[in-house]
Design a protein around this ligand. Structure first.
Ligand SMILES: C[S@@+](CC[C@H](N)C(=O)[O-])C[C@H]1O[C@@H](n2cnc3c(N)ncnc32)[C@H](O)[C@@H]1O
Length: 218
């Protein structure tokens, strides 16, 4: 994946200026923005938005490149449930959960528009039942079947790239889900750096006689 310089600049700006925090210090934000930059015009959807860092990075990248498309955020913002599942330094407790208000205030601060669906990602929200997206970013619930269910819900709705955060030792359910996902016939590994991973939708093989791009000499 090509990582344009604008993706690094956007990530730096978001980490510095966001109210609240970017998860994991924003380490995956350059790659989220780059994934969006490498896709064509179209909508982006994200699962798990917190204070909006990754959604805003995606929206700023689209704006910078003049790419058409909306950015959707799917997050239930259930603080009680989050407190049960996430361990955070007590001094940082106030930064554990985002809120819809904090998300929207950050969107306004950065001059971008986000559409929030305040629901869990599974079952897939009916508001987005028929939507298609060029890119998606999975960063919601990280345990059990959730990462795989998020992939399952997105695999037929995304045309180009599905990224995710926390493909790392501490999150075995994310690792297993993406390991299995890249072993499917419709998705394959596109990019991996630090804890970010992205898959690309598989094109027909060059040897497929029905493939549109098959070369005459083959
Ligand atoms: C790691 S944070 C997301 C960080 C964010 N992407 C960023 O760049 O700062 C995880 C978020 O996922 C949300 N979440 C938890 N369970 C979810 C679920 N089942 N569906 C969608 N979002 C969920 C939480 O409310 C929380 O805001």
């Amino acid at each position: 994946m090509r990582v344009p310089i604008e993706a690094l600049d956007i990530a730096e700006k978001v980490v510095k200026e966001i109210e609240g925090r970017a998860a994991d210090g924003g380490i995956s934000l350059p790659f989220v923005a780059a994934m969006v930059a490498n896709a064509p015009d179209g909508d982006h959807v994200e699962i798990g938005s917190l204070f909006g860092a990754s959604a805003i990075a995606a929206a700023l990248m689209k704006k910078e490149l003049g790419h058409e498309g909306k950015v959707y955020c799917v997050d239930p913002y259930n603080a009680e449930e989050r407190a049960k599942n996430v361990i955070i330094d007590p001094a940082q407790q106030h930064l554990l959960s985002g809120t819809p208000e904090a998300l929207m205030a950050n969107a306004e601060k950065f001059g971008v528009e986000l559409t929030l669906i305040q629901k869990k990602s599974d079952p897939w929200p009916e508001e987005l039942e028929t939507n298609m997206f060029v890119t998606a970013y999975i960063d919601g619930a990280h345990g059990g079947e959730a990462p795989w269910r998020d992939f399952e819900n997105l695999r037929g709705r995304v045309t180009n790239y599905i990224g995710a955060d926390n493909y790392e030792e501490e999150y075995p359910a994310v690792v297993k889900a993406f390991h299995d996902a890249m072993d499917t016939i419709d998705w394959f590994l596109y990019y991996k750096n630090l804890s970010f991973i992205a898959l690309r939708r598989v094109l027909p093989a060059r040897t497929d006689p029905t493939a549109m791009f098959q070369l005459a000499s083959l």
